[in-house]
Write a protein that binds this ligand. Structure first.
Ligand code: 2AM
Length: 163
């Protein structure tokens, strides 16, 4: 199954992001249930390997920390809201990458750019203004990604509390 590890957002954060999405007048908006911050994209993983992913997550925890949102940008046809690459976020992301590599998962080597995908298929849309706001990150989750009836559905399989 197709897996990724992400920080899920609390309701006030979802409200801030959906307010920002209202400025985007083109393309397909990410539905609010699907807004998240990806830490690591695993891709296709055998079900039997899920316990190894969970162990790597449990070994990678840092104390709860603040996510700092602000700014926006574009990757091709994707429009995103930015999240500052603060030290605790990068520490968590690199610990996960290292512990998953030790468990023999093959990960992409591209640089980590923390972002929230707000909309797709909007190459020409004007970038939205994302005011600075924050959220306390208290946990991170293993997510399954699947297409059901033409829709992208993300399901949480496992959650690790930050401590
Ligand atoms: P995105 O924010 O650019 O959409 C589930 O697909 C999550 O994993 C999304 O947040 C997606 O990033 C991220 N991701 C990272 N690398 C990916 C890849 N090679 N293919 C699909 N999704 C990827």
């Amino acid at each position: 199954m197709r897996l990724f590890i992400a920080i899920q957002f609390d309701p006030p954060t979802i409200r801030c992001l959906t307010d920002v999405q209202r400025q985007i007048r083109a393309g397909t908006l990410t539905i609010q249930e699907n807004l998240h911050l990806t830490l690591v994209f695993l891709g296709e993983v055998e079900e039997s390997r899920i316990p190894a992913v969970c162990r790597a997550m449990e070994r990678s925890t840092v104390p709860p920390f603040t996510l700092r949102f602000g700014g926006s940008g574009r990757f091709g046809e994707i429009v995103w809201a930015g999240i500052e690459p603060t030290a605790p976020l990068l520490t968590l992301q690199s610990a996960l990458t290292a512990n998953l590599a030790t468990a023999r998962f093959t990960l992409e080597s591209r640089a980590y750019t923390p972002h929230v995908t707000l909309a797709r298929k909007c190459r020409d849309a004007v970038l939205p203004e994302v005011p600075p706001f924050t959220m306390k990150a208290r946990s991170f989750s293993l997510m399954k990604s699947e297409q059901i009836g033409g829709r992208q559905v993300y399901t949480e399989l496992f959650r690790t509390d930050l401590c």
